[in-house]
Write a protein of this length. Structure first.
Lengths: 121, 306
Protein backbone atom coordinates (compact mmCIF):
# COMPACT_ATOMS: atom_id res chain seq x y z
CA UNK A 1 0.00 0.00 0.00
CA UNK A 2 1.07 3.58 -0.49
CA UNK A 3 1.84 4.10 3.20
CA UNK A 4 4.39 1.26 3.13
CA UNK A 5 7.51 3.28 2.40
CA UNK A 6 9.70 0.18 2.10
CA UNK A 7 8.06 -0.98 -1.18
CA UNK A 8 10.07 -0.16 -4.26
CA UNK A 9 8.43 1.21 -7.44
CA UNK A 10 8.40 -2.22 -9.11
CA UNK A 11 6.48 -3.71 -6.19
CA UNK A 12 3.99 -0.87 -6.31
CA UNK A 13 3.39 -1.51 -10.03
CA UNK A 14 3.12 -5.26 -9.50
CA UNK A 15 0.36 -4.73 -6.96
CA UNK A 16 -1.40 -2.21 -9.18
CA UNK A 17 -1.35 -4.58 -12.17
CA UNK A 18 -2.46 -7.50 -10.01
CA UNK A 19 -5.57 -5.57 -9.02
CA UNK A 20 -6.14 -4.44 -12.61
CA UNK A 21 -5.66 -7.98 -13.94
CA UNK A 22 -8.14 -9.35 -11.42
CA UNK A 23 -10.71 -6.70 -12.28
CA UNK A 24 -10.34 -7.42 -16.00
CA UNK A 25 -10.83 -11.14 -15.35
CA UNK A 26 -13.96 -10.74 -13.25
CA UNK A 27 -15.62 -7.66 -14.75
CA UNK A 28 -16.20 -8.02 -18.50
CA UNK A 29 -17.77 -4.58 -18.85
CA UNK A 30 -14.68 -2.99 -17.34
CA UNK A 31 -12.42 -5.14 -19.52
CA UNK A 32 -14.30 -4.09 -22.65
CA UNK A 33 -14.06 -0.40 -21.70
CA UNK A 34 -10.36 -0.70 -20.94
CA UNK A 35 -9.50 -2.48 -24.20
CA UNK A 36 -11.57 0.02 -26.17
CA UNK A 37 -9.84 2.97 -24.47
CA UNK A 38 -6.47 1.50 -25.39
CA UNK A 39 -7.54 1.35 -29.03
CA UNK A 40 -8.02 -2.41 -29.10
CA UNK A 41 -10.80 -4.35 -30.78
CA UNK A 42 -13.23 -5.85 -28.29
CA UNK A 43 -14.18 -9.43 -29.15
CA UNK A 44 -17.45 -10.39 -27.48
CA UNK A 45 -17.85 -13.90 -26.16
CA UNK A 46 -21.24 -15.54 -25.91
CA UNK A 47 -21.53 -15.63 -22.17
CA UNK A 48 -20.65 -11.96 -21.70
CA UNK A 49 -21.79 -10.09 -24.76
CA UNK A 50 -25.42 -9.83 -23.68
CA UNK A 51 -24.12 -7.77 -20.76
CA UNK A 52 -21.45 -5.77 -22.53
CA UNK A 53 -22.83 -4.77 -25.90
CA UNK A 54 -24.88 -1.69 -26.61
CA UNK A 55 -27.06 -2.56 -29.62
CA UNK A 56 -27.86 1.08 -30.38
CA UNK A 57 -24.16 1.93 -30.72
CA UNK A 58 -23.51 -1.21 -32.77
CA UNK A 59 -26.54 -0.58 -35.00
CA UNK A 60 -25.29 2.91 -35.78
CA UNK A 61 -22.21 1.26 -37.32
CA UNK A 62 -21.68 -1.67 -39.66
CA UNK A 63 -24.79 -3.86 -40.11
CA UNK A 64 -22.77 -7.00 -40.89
CA UNK A 65 -20.79 -6.61 -37.67
CA UNK A 66 -24.06 -6.19 -35.79
CA UNK A 67 -25.33 -9.51 -37.10
CA UNK A 68 -21.97 -11.15 -36.44
CA UNK A 69 -22.28 -10.18 -32.79
CA UNK A 70 -25.94 -11.03 -32.19
CA UNK A 71 -26.89 -13.83 -34.61
CA UNK A 72 -24.96 -16.58 -32.76
CA UNK A 73 -26.48 -15.64 -29.39
CA UNK A 74 -28.92 -17.87 -27.56
CA UNK A 75 -32.59 -16.84 -27.66
CA UNK A 76 -32.62 -16.04 -23.96
CA UNK A 77 -29.63 -13.73 -24.40
CA UNK A 78 -31.14 -11.93 -27.40
CA UNK A 79 -34.33 -11.40 -25.40
CA UNK A 80 -32.27 -10.08 -22.51
CA UNK A 81 -30.56 -7.55 -24.80
CA UNK A 82 -33.92 -6.45 -26.22
CA UNK A 83 -35.45 -6.07 -22.75
CA UNK A 84 -32.46 -4.51 -20.99
CA UNK A 85 -32.15 -1.88 -23.71
CA UNK A 86 -35.88 -1.08 -23.74
CA UNK A 87 -36.19 -2.23 -27.33
CA UNK A 88 -38.99 -4.75 -26.84
CA UNK A 89 -41.52 -5.94 -24.32
CA UNK A 90 -42.42 -9.56 -23.62
CA UNK A 91 -45.55 -9.05 -25.71
CA UNK A 92 -43.45 -7.89 -28.68
CA UNK A 93 -41.15 -10.92 -28.41
CA UNK A 94 -43.87 -13.58 -28.10
CA UNK A 95 -43.74 -16.21 -30.83
CA UNK A 96 -40.70 -14.77 -32.61
CA UNK A 97 -37.97 -17.01 -34.01
CA UNK A 98 -34.33 -16.25 -33.14
CA UNK A 99 -33.78 -14.72 -36.58
CA UNK A 100 -36.87 -12.54 -36.19
CA UNK A 101 -35.65 -11.43 -32.78
CA UNK A 102 -32.27 -10.38 -34.16
CA UNK A 103 -34.01 -8.55 -37.03
CA UNK A 104 -36.23 -6.79 -34.50
CA UNK A 105 -33.18 -5.91 -32.43
CA UNK A 106 -31.41 -4.43 -35.44
CA UNK A 107 -34.42 -2.54 -36.78
CA UNK A 108 -35.38 -1.00 -33.45
CA UNK A 109 -31.81 -0.21 -32.40
CA UNK A 110 -31.08 1.38 -35.79
CA UNK A 111 -34.32 3.37 -35.55
CA UNK A 112 -33.44 4.65 -32.08
CA UNK A 113 -29.98 5.62 -33.28
CA UNK A 114 -31.34 7.53 -36.26
CA UNK A 115 -34.40 9.15 -34.68
CA UNK A 116 -32.38 10.60 -31.82
CA UNK A 117 -30.06 12.41 -34.16
CA UNK A 118 -31.21 16.00 -34.65
CA UNK A 119 -33.74 16.48 -37.40
CA UNK A 120 -33.84 20.27 -36.85
CA UNK A 121 -37.57 19.68 -36.55
CA UNK B 1 -71.33 11.65 -22.55
CA UNK B 2 -69.67 15.00 -21.97
CA UNK B 3 -65.93 14.98 -21.61
CA UNK B 4 -64.25 16.42 -18.55
CA UNK B 5 -61.18 18.46 -19.42
CA UNK B 6 -58.26 18.20 -17.01
CA UNK B 7 -55.13 20.37 -17.34
CA UNK B 8 -51.96 18.77 -15.99
CA UNK B 9 -49.92 21.81 -15.12
CA UNK B 10 -47.22 23.29 -12.94
CA UNK B 11 -44.77 26.11 -13.63
CA UNK B 12 -42.00 23.97 -12.18
CA UNK B 13 -40.38 21.71 -14.72
CA UNK B 14 -39.33 18.13 -14.02
CA UNK B 15 -42.15 17.36 -11.61
CA UNK B 16 -43.64 14.59 -13.72
CA UNK B 17 -46.39 16.33 -15.69
CA UNK B 18 -46.02 14.18 -18.79
CA UNK B 19 -45.56 10.97 -16.83
CA UNK B 20 -48.65 11.79 -14.77
CA UNK B 21 -50.58 12.49 -17.98
CA UNK B 22 -49.70 9.07 -19.42
CA UNK B 23 -50.33 7.26 -16.11
CA UNK B 24 -53.76 8.89 -15.88
CA UNK B 25 -54.58 8.04 -19.50
CA UNK B 26 -53.55 4.40 -19.02
CA UNK B 27 -55.17 4.08 -15.60
CA UNK B 28 -58.53 5.57 -16.61
CA UNK B 29 -58.66 3.60 -19.86
CA UNK B 30 -57.50 0.31 -18.32
CA UNK B 31 -59.48 0.25 -15.08
CA UNK B 32 -62.60 2.17 -16.10
CA UNK B 33 -62.72 1.70 -19.86
CA UNK B 34 -62.78 5.47 -20.35
CA UNK B 35 -62.03 6.92 -23.76
CA UNK B 36 -59.22 9.39 -23.24
CA UNK B 37 -57.81 12.11 -25.47
CA UNK B 38 -54.32 13.38 -24.58
CA UNK B 39 -53.65 16.87 -25.93
CA UNK B 40 -49.99 17.81 -25.64
CA UNK B 41 -49.53 21.58 -25.40
CA UNK B 42 -45.85 21.31 -24.48
CA UNK B 43 -43.42 21.77 -27.41
CA UNK B 44 -41.05 19.37 -25.68
CA UNK B 45 -43.63 16.76 -26.73
CA UNK B 46 -42.75 14.35 -23.92
CA UNK B 47 -46.15 12.76 -23.43
CA UNK B 48 -46.48 12.49 -27.23
CA UNK B 49 -43.14 10.66 -27.35
CA UNK B 50 -44.26 8.35 -24.54
CA UNK B 51 -47.44 7.45 -26.42
CA UNK B 52 -46.25 7.50 -30.03
CA UNK B 53 -42.41 7.26 -29.79
CA UNK B 54 -40.09 9.85 -31.30
CA UNK B 55 -40.52 8.35 -34.76
CA UNK B 56 -44.28 8.36 -34.26
CA UNK B 57 -44.30 12.04 -33.29
CA UNK B 58 -42.36 12.93 -36.43
CA UNK B 59 -44.55 10.70 -38.59
CA UNK B 60 -47.67 12.29 -37.10
CA UNK B 61 -46.34 15.75 -37.88
CA UNK B 62 -45.48 14.69 -41.43
CA UNK B 63 -49.08 13.45 -41.83
CA UNK B 64 -50.41 16.84 -40.75
CA UNK B 65 -51.37 15.73 -37.23
CA UNK B 66 -50.57 17.73 -34.12
CA UNK B 67 -51.31 20.87 -32.14
CA UNK B 68 -48.92 22.95 -34.26
CA UNK B 69 -51.01 22.18 -37.35
CA UNK B 70 -54.18 23.17 -35.48
CA UNK B 71 -52.46 26.42 -34.51
CA UNK B 72 -51.68 27.04 -38.19
CA UNK B 73 -55.42 26.79 -38.86
CA UNK B 74 -56.04 29.51 -36.27
CA UNK B 75 -53.37 31.72 -37.85
CA UNK B 76 -54.88 31.18 -41.31
CA UNK B 77 -58.34 32.09 -39.99
CA UNK B 78 -59.80 28.72 -40.98
CA UNK B 79 -62.78 27.14 -39.12
CA UNK B 80 -61.98 25.49 -35.81
CA UNK B 81 -61.97 21.67 -35.91
CA UNK B 82 -59.56 19.49 -33.95
CA UNK B 83 -60.56 16.02 -35.16
CA UNK B 84 -58.44 16.00 -38.35
CA UNK B 85 -55.30 16.60 -36.29
CA UNK B 86 -55.76 13.71 -33.84
CA UNK B 87 -53.92 10.36 -33.91
CA UNK B 88 -56.82 8.07 -32.98
CA UNK B 89 -54.78 5.09 -31.79
CA UNK B 90 -52.20 5.95 -29.14
CA UNK B 91 -52.74 2.91 -26.97
CA UNK B 92 -49.57 1.25 -25.63
CA UNK B 93 -51.21 -1.46 -23.52
CA UNK B 94 -51.82 -4.91 -24.98
CA UNK B 95 -55.14 -5.29 -23.19
CA UNK B 96 -56.47 -2.03 -24.62
CA UNK B 97 -55.13 -2.81 -28.08
CA UNK B 98 -57.07 -6.07 -28.10
CA UNK B 99 -60.20 -4.20 -27.00
CA UNK B 100 -59.70 -1.74 -29.84
CA UNK B 101 -59.31 -4.54 -32.35
CA UNK B 102 -62.60 -5.97 -31.15
CA UNK B 103 -64.12 -2.50 -31.55
CA UNK B 104 -65.40 -2.46 -27.99
CA UNK B 105 -65.03 1.34 -27.94
CA UNK B 106 -63.95 1.23 -24.33
CA UNK B 107 -60.55 2.29 -23.15
CA UNK B 108 -59.45 4.11 -26.27
CA UNK B 109 -56.56 6.51 -25.98
CA UNK B 110 -56.07 9.11 -28.69
CA UNK B 111 -53.39 11.73 -29.03
CA UNK B 112 -53.36 15.27 -30.32
CA UNK B 113 -49.59 15.36 -30.23
CA UNK B 114 -47.13 18.20 -29.84
CA UNK B 115 -43.94 18.77 -31.78
CA UNK B 116 -41.03 21.19 -31.17
CA UNK B 117 -42.37 23.13 -34.17
CA UNK B 118 -45.23 24.23 -31.90
CA UNK B 119 -43.02 26.72 -30.07
CA UNK B 120 -41.78 28.26 -33.34
CA UNK B 121 -45.35 28.64 -34.58
CA UNK B 122 -46.33 30.23 -31.27
CA UNK B 123 -43.42 32.67 -31.51
CA UNK B 124 -44.39 33.70 -35.05
CA UNK B 125 -47.98 34.20 -33.91
CA UNK B 126 -46.92 36.21 -30.85
CA UNK B 127 -44.71 38.51 -32.94
CA UNK B 128 -47.53 39.22 -35.37
CA UNK B 129 -50.20 39.55 -32.68
CA UNK B 130 -48.21 41.97 -30.56
CA UNK B 131 -47.19 44.03 -33.60
CA UNK B 132 -50.92 44.72 -34.08
CA UNK B 133 -51.23 46.02 -30.51
CA UNK B 134 -52.52 42.72 -29.18
CA UNK B 135 -51.55 41.60 -25.69
CA UNK B 136 -50.68 38.20 -24.22
CA UNK B 137 -54.09 38.15 -22.55
CA UNK B 138 -56.09 38.92 -25.69
CA UNK B 139 -54.07 36.30 -27.59
CA UNK B 140 -54.72 33.58 -25.03
CA UNK B 141 -58.41 34.55 -24.94
CA UNK B 142 -58.67 34.34 -28.73
CA UNK B 143 -56.91 30.98 -28.69
CA UNK B 144 -59.15 29.71 -25.90
CA UNK B 145 -62.26 30.63 -27.88
CA UNK B 146 -60.86 28.90 -30.97
CA UNK B 147 -59.85 25.75 -29.10
CA UNK B 148 -63.20 25.61 -27.33
CA UNK B 149 -64.94 25.54 -30.71
CA UNK B 150 -62.39 23.05 -32.08
CA UNK B 151 -62.84 20.67 -29.16
CA UNK B 152 -66.65 20.98 -28.93
CA UNK B 153 -67.42 18.01 -31.24
CA UNK B 154 -65.04 15.85 -29.16
CA UNK B 155 -67.12 16.26 -26.02
CA UNK B 156 -69.36 13.33 -26.97
CA UNK B 157 -66.52 11.09 -28.14
CA UNK B 158 -64.30 11.11 -25.04
CA UNK B 159 -64.86 10.72 -21.32
CA UNK B 160 -61.77 12.66 -20.35
CA UNK B 161 -59.54 15.12 -22.20
CA UNK B 162 -56.09 15.52 -20.63
CA UNK B 163 -54.16 18.70 -21.45
CA UNK B 164 -50.44 18.25 -20.84
CA UNK B 165 -49.24 21.83 -20.28
CA UNK B 166 -45.66 23.14 -20.60
CA UNK B 167 -43.74 24.46 -17.60
CA UNK B 168 -44.34 28.05 -18.68
CA UNK B 169 -47.38 30.15 -19.46
CA UNK B 170 -47.26 30.03 -23.25
CA UNK B 171 -50.30 31.37 -25.12
CA UNK B 172 -51.48 27.80 -25.81
CA UNK B 173 -50.93 26.81 -22.18
CA UNK B 174 -52.97 29.77 -20.94
CA UNK B 175 -55.72 28.93 -23.42
CA UNK B 176 -55.65 25.31 -22.26
CA UNK B 177 -55.88 26.30 -18.61
CA UNK B 178 -58.85 28.53 -19.40
CA UNK B 179 -60.70 25.54 -20.91
CA UNK B 180 -59.98 23.15 -18.04
CA UNK B 181 -62.73 21.87 -15.77
CA UNK B 182 -60.13 20.60 -13.30
CA UNK B 183 -56.40 21.02 -12.69
CA UNK B 184 -53.95 18.28 -11.86
CA UNK B 185 -50.81 19.58 -10.19
CA UNK B 186 -47.93 17.14 -10.00
CA UNK B 187 -45.18 18.23 -7.63
CA UNK B 188 -42.14 16.88 -5.85
CA UNK B 189 -41.60 16.81 -2.10
CA UNK B 190 -38.76 19.31 -1.94
CA UNK B 191 -38.60 22.97 -1.03
CA UNK B 192 -38.07 24.49 -4.48
CA UNK B 193 -40.93 22.50 -5.98
CA UNK B 194 -43.21 23.43 -3.09
CA UNK B 195 -42.51 27.13 -3.58
CA UNK B 196 -43.05 26.96 -7.35
CA UNK B 197 -46.22 24.91 -6.92
CA UNK B 198 -47.67 27.37 -4.43
CA UNK B 199 -46.86 30.33 -6.70
CA UNK B 200 -48.48 28.63 -9.67
CA UNK B 201 -51.48 27.63 -7.63
CA UNK B 202 -51.97 31.22 -6.47
CA UNK B 203 -51.70 32.44 -10.08
CA UNK B 204 -54.29 29.97 -11.34
CA UNK B 205 -56.59 30.85 -8.45
CA UNK B 206 -56.31 34.56 -9.18
CA UNK B 207 -56.52 34.57 -12.99
CA UNK B 208 -58.15 31.32 -14.11
CA UNK B 209 -60.18 29.58 -11.42
CA UNK B 210 -61.23 31.47 -8.29
CA UNK B 211 -62.73 28.21 -6.99
CA UNK B 212 -59.41 26.43 -7.47
CA UNK B 213 -59.40 24.32 -4.27
CA UNK B 214 -62.44 22.33 -5.39
CA UNK B 215 -61.00 21.90 -8.89
CA UNK B 216 -57.44 20.98 -7.97
CA UNK B 217 -56.00 17.47 -7.71
CA UNK B 218 -52.46 17.37 -6.35
CA UNK B 219 -50.08 14.51 -6.94
CA UNK B 220 -46.72 14.10 -5.25
CA UNK B 221 -44.45 12.30 -7.68
CA UNK B 222 -40.93 10.87 -7.70
CA UNK B 223 -41.12 10.42 -3.93
CA UNK B 224 -37.99 9.29 -2.11
CA UNK B 225 -38.87 7.99 1.29
CA UNK B 226 -36.59 10.12 3.47
CA UNK B 227 -37.33 12.04 6.64
CA UNK B 228 -36.95 15.33 4.74
CA UNK B 229 -39.33 14.27 1.95
CA UNK B 230 -41.93 13.06 4.45
CA UNK B 231 -41.72 16.39 6.26
CA UNK B 232 -42.20 18.40 3.05
CA UNK B 233 -45.07 16.15 2.01
CA UNK B 234 -46.80 16.75 5.34
CA UNK B 235 -46.37 20.50 4.98
CA UNK B 236 -47.92 20.41 1.51
CA UNK B 237 -50.90 18.41 2.72
CA UNK B 238 -51.44 20.25 5.98
CA UNK B 239 -50.43 23.84 5.30
CA UNK B 240 -49.83 25.03 1.74
CA UNK B 241 -52.39 22.97 -0.20
CA UNK B 242 -54.49 21.68 2.65
CA UNK B 243 -57.81 22.32 0.94
CA UNK B 244 -57.04 20.23 -2.18
CA UNK B 245 -57.65 16.67 -3.25
CA UNK B 246 -54.49 14.59 -3.07
CA UNK B 247 -53.75 11.56 -5.17
CA UNK B 248 -51.55 8.70 -3.98
CA UNK B 249 -47.91 9.59 -3.54
CA UNK B 250 -46.01 8.08 -6.46
CA UNK B 251 -42.60 6.66 -5.52
CA UNK B 252 -39.47 7.42 -7.50
CA UNK B 253 -38.90 4.47 -9.77
CA UNK B 254 -36.42 3.75 -12.51
CA UNK B 255 -39.02 1.40 -13.88
CA UNK B 256 -41.42 4.27 -14.53
CA UNK B 257 -38.82 6.01 -16.68
CA UNK B 258 -38.21 2.81 -18.63
CA UNK B 259 -41.95 2.22 -18.96
CA UNK B 260 -42.35 5.62 -20.56
CA UNK B 261 -39.77 4.83 -23.26
CA UNK B 262 -41.92 3.01 -25.82
CA UNK B 263 -39.71 0.66 -27.83
CA UNK B 264 -41.34 1.29 -31.22
CA UNK B 265 -44.65 2.56 -32.62
CA UNK B 266 -45.81 -1.06 -32.89
CA UNK B 267 -44.61 -2.06 -29.41
CA UNK B 268 -47.16 -3.06 -26.77
CA UNK B 269 -46.87 -4.16 -23.17
CA UNK B 270 -49.30 -5.54 -20.63
CA UNK B 271 -50.39 -3.23 -17.83
CA UNK B 272 -48.57 -5.44 -15.36
CA UNK B 273 -45.42 -5.51 -17.47
CA UNK B 274 -45.42 -1.77 -18.16
CA UNK B 275 -45.89 -0.59 -14.61
CA UNK B 276 -44.46 -3.54 -12.62
CA UNK B 277 -43.79 -2.36 -9.05
CA UNK B 278 -45.84 0.84 -9.38
CA UNK B 279 -48.94 -0.74 -10.91
CA UNK B 280 -50.87 -0.48 -7.64
CA UNK B 281 -49.92 3.20 -7.47
CA UNK B 282 -51.34 3.73 -10.96
CA UNK B 283 -54.51 1.86 -9.96
CA UNK B 284 -54.90 4.03 -6.87
CA UNK B 285 -54.26 7.13 -8.98
CA UNK B 286 -57.05 6.15 -11.38
CA UNK B 287 -59.42 5.35 -8.48
CA UNK B 288 -58.71 8.54 -6.58
CA UNK B 289 -58.94 10.72 -9.68
CA UNK B 290 -62.23 9.10 -10.67
CA UNK B 291 -63.58 9.80 -7.16
CA UNK B 292 -62.45 13.40 -7.58
CA UNK B 293 -64.19 13.71 -10.97
CA UNK B 294 -67.35 12.10 -9.61
CA UNK B 295 -67.44 14.56 -6.77
CA UNK B 296 -66.89 17.45 -9.19
CA UNK B 297 -69.22 16.45 -12.01
CA UNK B 298 -71.72 14.07 -10.45
CA UNK B 299 -70.91 11.48 -13.11
CA UNK B 300 -69.97 7.96 -12.08
CA UNK B 301 -67.84 5.28 -13.71
CA UNK B 302 -67.79 1.54 -13.11
CA UNK B 303 -64.52 -0.29 -12.80
CA UNK B 304 -64.05 -2.92 -15.47
CA UNK B 305 -60.85 -4.42 -13.98
CA UNK B 306 -59.27 -4.80 -10.57
Amino acid sequence: MAEDKRLNPADFLDRFFDVLREEVRTNPQFAARLVKTLGGNVVFEDETKAEITNPIILASGDKARFYTVYSPMKVADIKKVLKDNNLATKVDMNGKTPAQLVDMLYERAASKASERKSSIF
Amino acid sequence: MTATTAAIANLKGGVGKSTTTVMLADGLAYFYGMNVLVIDLDPQANSSQMLLTERGVQAASDQGKGVHHLLAEFVAGRPAAAAPFIMPNAVTLEELRVAEEQDERRGWISSLPAHPMLRLRELDLEEEWYSRSGTPTTLSEALAAYLKAAFAPLQTVYDVILLDCPPHLSPMARAGLALADVFVTPTIADSVSTWGTKQFSDWVGRYIAPDLPSRNFVLITRFRDTRYARQVESELREIYLKDRWFGPTIPESVHVLNAMDRAAPDSYDTFRGKYAGVRNDVRRLAERFTDFLSQRTGASWQKIRD
